[in-house]
Design a protein around this ligand. Structure first.
Ligand code: HEM
Length: 542
């Protein structure tokens, strides 16, 4: 009834001949995909779950099904009471450190109380600092892939290592002292005025519902352009602002950026071989030319402003042009441009998303919004209607609101370090080799109910003078910690307080029908970005 297919003998022989190389290929692929996945068991380090070949523990985020912050939360929870665990991002082993004592804190810390007086907090002596602080010399670098041969803009303080990082950090640190902020009052004030008039115009002429993430990103682009580089960008009024357009592309995930990240954790050498760029060629050229021109303009005109460019030019004199330096100590012109670039990039997205998250929470919590507004009005009245970097220190409640915002929404979900000298994890026999990657899951720690009761709730009072000493040390790290903590922290707080004060004194913000509750995040971005934050603005009679 049925015709049995007749196999041609030579076809069958051909198939049989192909089978062994095919099986060998499959075996080789399997070995490649799992080769590194025995790393942690060989060291006796527990894994939260068995790694998936090739993907390790990162499959849901690599396939775009989950934000990697949620993947980390799951892994963090799965480790239970363990102090640390071994995970794999694709083929790369990483040590996920949960224990705050391992992460780092010194025995003594200083806090500033509401009335401006410093208070010494003495922690128990057994509380020793490790990865971020005490043993920093074993973890001086982030160990993130920079590919500087192909991406010279990555030759900046964020990515550089060892002595070169130390030298550049020393040169750039003076940019951010409290004293220097005073010089920036006027520039920030000018940008805040533009922000207010844009909100006013939008509310009057377009709609009282505003997507604030984009607006705040334009504002912080203007602030960093002005304070850092003396450029009047006016991104807030210019829909075609090139700075905003290119800045946006750096943080917006694309298929290309997702593939690049997968390759970084799978086989980073491929990126070097194929000379893959991190950002589009147009973006690189744009920033390189813009900062080069700014620096050249300063050189020509001898204009002296106490801004970031001033310090970058000083670094150039000392590190690029200095004839006394040995060749290996020298930096290049492009290194200076790369540092200008990172100050711009690190400075705008973090600040603008943090301000947007803060306004979102204030819209949902009218009681907190009213309280912070009352505080601002009192301080403003005391200073004859003027706000500057000094009166911002008199806003303790606003400080608590910002702290709680950054607890719930740290822009960087993890801190990264790499072992730069072999290290034995304290209290264990686990020896980490040079090159081992360390991940500190900041976001997951900020949401651990062991450290923050009811972590989903927005409660600025956690950081009040009465409560702050109850917080567990090393469980609050939105700006990182140790010698590599965020260099722009003070500047960021200044900028956020200025904008929030002016907006809140003039407008009441409430949620509207377009507000996403809960917030949805952009999957695939390395910074914690909301898809959108729409709020309704109501003008107040002030
Ligand atoms: C809300 C705002 C901000 C947050 C939450 C933030 C957060 C962070 C974090 C978590 C790190 C890594 C720290 C570590 O590894 O221990 C970092 C590093 C850094 N940040 Fe920020 N940042 C903010 C604003 C800024 C601003 C305004 C600038 C500059 C204008 C800036 C420049 C940098 C630089 C250059 C580094 C690398 C420092 C180094 O390796 O020495 N950041 N930031």
């Amino acid at each position: 009834m049925f015709a049995v297919p007749e196999h041609h003998p030579s076809l069958l022989a051909g198939a049989l001949l192909l089978l062994p190389p095919l099986l060998l290929l499959l075996l080789l692929l399997y070995l490649y995909a799992t080769w590194t996945h025995g790393h942690w068991s060989a060291l006796g380090v527990p894994c939260p779950s068995p790694p998936v070949p090739l993907f390790g523990h990162a499959m849901p985020s690599m396939l775009g099904r989950m934000h990697f912050m949620d993947v980390l939360h799951d892994l963090y929870r799965a480790l239970g009471d363990r102090r640390f665990g071994g995970i794999y991002t694709m083929r790369t082993p990483q040590l996920l450190v949960k224990d705050p004592e391992l992460i780092g804190e010194c025995g003594v810390t200083m806090t500033i109380t509401a009335n401006g007086r410093p208070r010494l907090l003495v922690l128990p002596v057994f509380f020793r600092c490790h990865i971020l602080i005490k043993d920093f010399n074993n973890f001086t670098d982030r160990g993130l892939y920079a590919g500087t041969h192909t991406n010279p803009l990555n030759n900046n303080i964020f990515f550089t290592r060892g002595e070169r990082w130390k030298t550049m950090r020393q040169k750039l640190s003076p940019t951010f002292t409290a004293n220097k902020l005073k010089y920036m009052n006027e520039q920030v004030k000018e940008c805040t005025d533009s922000l207010l008039s844009t909100i006013g115009r939008t509310v009057r002429e377009v709609a009282d519902r505003i997507e604030i993430r984009d607006m705040m990103a334009k504002y912080s682009t203007d602030v960093i352009g002005s304070c850092a580089f003396g450029l009047k960008l006016d991104a807030i009024n210019d829909p075609d602002s090139e700075f905003r357009k290119h800045g946006k592309t750096v943080f917006q995930p694309s298929l290309r950026s997702k593939i690049r990240v997968a390759v970084i954790f799978m086989q980073p050498s491929l990126l070097g071989i194929f000379r893959v760029h991190h950002y589009s060629h147009r973006t690189i050229t744009f920033f390189r030319d813009a900062f080069r021109q700014t620096i050249e303009h300063r050189q020509r005109t001898n204009e002296d402003r106490k801004d970031f460019v001033h310090h970058l030019m000083k670094a150039r004199e000392d590190l690029v042009l200095n004839p006394d330096l040995k060749p290996e100590e020298k930096f290049t012109e492009m290194d200076i441009v790369a540092n200008a670039y990172i100050l711009f990039i690190a400075g705008f997205e973090t600040v603008s998303t943090s301000m947007s998250f803060c306004m979102y929470e204030l819209a949902l919590r009218k009681d907190v919004q009213d309280k912070v507004r009352k505080e601002i009005m009192e301080v403003k009245a005391k200073h004859n209607g003027e706000m500057n970097s000094e009166c911002l220190n008199e806003l303790p409640y606003m400080g608590m609101v910002i702290k709680e915002t950054l607890r719930k929404y740290p822009p960087l979900v993890t801190l990264n370090r790499v072992v730069t000298k072999p290290y034995v994890l304290p209290g264990t026999a686990v020896k980490l080799k040079t090159g081992t990657k360390i991940v500190i899951p900041v976001h997951a720690i900020h949401y651990d109910p062991k450290y923050y009761a009811d972590p989903e709730a927005f409660e600025p009072d956690r950081f009040s003078d009465e409560n702050v000493h109850n917080l567990h040390p090393n469980t609050y790290m939105p700006f990182g910690d140790g010698p590599r903590f965020c260099i722009g922290k003070r500047f960021a707080e200044f900028e956020m307080k200025m904008a929030l004060s002016e907006v809140l004194i003039n407008y009441e913000v409430t949620p509207c029908e377009k507000t996403q509750i809960p917030i949805k995040y952009v999957i695939g971005s390395f910074v914690n970005i909301p898809e959108s934050i729409w709020l309704k603005f109501k003008k107040l009679d002030t």
